[in-house]
Design a protein around this ligand. Structure first.
Ligand SMILES: Nc1ncnc2c1ncn2[C@@H]1O[C@H](COP(=O)(O)OP(=O)(O)OP(=O)(O)O)[C@@H](O)[C@H]1O
Ligand SMILES: [Mg+2]
Length: 254
């Protein structure tokens, strides 16, 4: 069974005054198998964040369905949604969303605290994650005391510590310099090799070229998909660049 199934999702935003409508997603359908690493690309305003918000249950589609492990998100009650999200999904936000009044350790523990885990179990879970991400030595520090790359790693730790079915990342390299960005991409690749399913929105061709599949969104629909197959990152990079050129020049769907 697909881990994630998106069926004919449509999203129309209606502005509060004047009632003008924006069709952010026209008709999006795709699915993600367990263990896949999928990148989503598309011009600014093409609906990528809208899509992620819907997949995360932070927003409801105007039409269409989203299934996570066969569960229809529309059937999850509003008051159960937060718990559902915590149990199934991990997020990495573009701006990390770490709380400045909490140490990195407490930031990472937060989703576990919210789901009522005991302290020894939290410690047990943290140890391998922190070691893998190279932040074991700075867990007592506060977000404002560490670098952007270190904050990013803490944000990744917070996303994976609940052992989510699916990681959703919205431009996770957007705020990073090239070194920290490379590091994050290596980390994602490693997590994926260990079996973690990842869905990452990105503007960066380099970031997308580390994924196993790239979805291109245009005019609120999936315009094209590229599969890595046996391609090396550099070859996939070239194919992505070519596709973006076709997209930007309004070429025919392939
Ligand atoms: N809350 C909202 N109310 C009304 N319109 C919205 C809202 N959020 C997004 N939109 C509109 O929906 C469209 C898609 O926006 P979205 O944020 O999903 O794009 P995006 O692909 O993530 O862009 P970017 O790459 O710049 O982050 C845009 O036209 C945007 O202006
Ligand atoms: Mg966006």
């Amino acid at each position: 069974m697909a881990l994630l199934e998106v069926k004919n999702v449509k999203k129309i935003y209606t502005t509060r005054f004047g009632g003008s409508q924006v069709e952010a997603l026209r008709n999006v359908s795709f699915s993600v198998e367990p263990g896949e690493y999928v990148a989503i690309m598309g011009e600014s305003g093409s609906g990528k964040t809208t899509l992620l918000n819907i997949l995360a249950g932070l927003d409801r589609p105007t039409a269409g369905r989203v299934y996570l492990k066969g569960n229809d998100l529309a059937r999850v009650k509003e008051k159960e949604m937060a718990a559902f999200r915590r149990q199934n999904l991990g997020f990495v936000f573009q701006d990390f969303n770490l709380l400045d009044t909490f140490s990195l350790r407490d930031n990472i523990f937060l989703p576990l605290v919210l789901s009522g885990k005991k302290y020894p179990e939290m410690e047990c879970r943290l140890e391998p994650v922190a070691a893998k991400l190279g932040i074991a030595g700075i867990l007592g520090k506060y977000p404002y005391e560490v670098s952007g790359g270190q904050k990013q790693r803490a944000a990744v730790a917070r996303a994976v510590i609940t052992r989510p079915q699916l990681i959703l990342a919205d431009e996770p390299t957007g705020a990073l310099d090239s070194r920290a960005s490379d590091e994050l991409l290596r980390m994602f690749a490693q997590l994926n090799r260990d079996g973690q399913t990842i869905l990452m929105v990105t503007h960066s061709v380099k970031a997308a070229s580390t994924a196993g599949r790239v979805l291109f969104i245009k005019d609120g629909e999936v315009f094209h998909q590229l599969y890595r197959g046996s391609l090396a990152n550099e070859q996939l990079y070239q194919k992505i660049s070519d596709t973006l050129t076709v997209l930007a020049t309004g070429g025919e769907r392939r």
